[in-house]
Design a protein around this ligand. Sequence first.
Ligand SMILES: NC(=O)C1=CN([C@@H]2O[C@H](COP(=O)(O)OP(=O)(O)OC[C@H]3O[C@@H](n4cnc5c(N)ncnc54)[C@H](O)[C@@H]3O)[C@@H](O)[C@H]2O)C=CC1
Ligand SMILES: O=C(CO)COP(=O)(O)O
Length: 297
Amino acid sequence: VALSANGPVTLWARDIGWGRDNPRLPGVTLPPTIRITDDLATATGADTLLLALPAQALGGFLADHAPLLDGKRLVSTAKGIDLSHLTGPSVLLSEACPRATIAVLTGPSFAADIARGLPTALTLACADADASRALQHDLSTPVLRLYRTTDVTGAELGGALKNVIAIAAGVAIGAGLGDSARAAIITRGFAEMTRLATHLGARPETLTGLSGLGDLTLTCTSAQSRNFRYGQALGARQPFDATTTVEGAATARAVAALARRLGQDMPIAAMVARLTEGRMTVDDAALHLMTRPLKEE
Ligand SMILES: NC(=O)C1=CN([C@@H]2O[C@H](COP(=O)(O)OP(=O)(O)OC[C@H]3O[C@@H](n4cnc5c(N)ncnc54)[C@H](O)[C@@H]3O)[C@@H](O)[C@H]2O)C=CC1
Ligand SMILES: O=C(CO)COP(=O)(O)O
């Protein structure tokens, strides 16, 4: 919707039966300038393709369709770590489409806010500085302000890891542990995010930017967030709609596996992985985190 202000946009989906009023975006009617198709070959006629797939679905999608995407400018919006490969979307994309230019679009942004035209600032990460400038120009609008970086690892890890911490923040609120506990989770969660991301080559300043701290703040404090709401339900021992995409659940398991492999200390992410798998109670998770050996901040 935002990008249709800049020129022709084609929207591809497997199921286009809902027409211009998608129940996932209530109150938003897609403008007539957006062409809607269920034929991927039609959509991939464009030079720039935004891939708005959940992180755990991207690998399967690429296995089926990579030849149609290779050589294009591919911009992923997925915020997660692929559980079977323990990598972010940019690695999946570059392995499946070696001739493509790969970029990641991430940062604090609820789809509903962007679709309503509310002002939003995002990080556009692309290792190729020239391609990054061109994409930044093409994908920015007066209400969608893109900052560019060449630190793809930092940008995509910030987006993936904040979802895990947002589940923990939701658990704290849902379980009635209070706002002080949530602030502790945000701050110590940010320390974990920075520790793992910099170990994997991210620049620390990327983590303090929109894609890291910015999105962490939004997701841990807004009831619009599915990750936060899922955590809240977990904390309150209430059911949660299993069809809702909650990226942080699978990503917590991926992070726990990655941290073990790399010998990194990620206690909050490890607790979220155990909680989401039903291997630990909220009370035990809180007790475990609070009674770890005392240390310097
Ligand atoms: N919704 C939001 O506010 C934001 C979402 N994101 C990220 O964007 C990614 C996608 O999120 P949403 O659009 O919210 O998820 P969603 O679950 O609401 O929508 C994903 C769509 O992808 C389709 N899909 C799944 N597997 C597919 C496949 N193999 N082939 C074709 N289509 C497939 C689903 O049918 C669904 O229509 C996630 O990683 C999310 O973290 C990022 C920023 C904001
Ligand atoms: O990434 C998002 C906001 O930046 C969307 O968060 P949720 O997936 O938790 O709804």
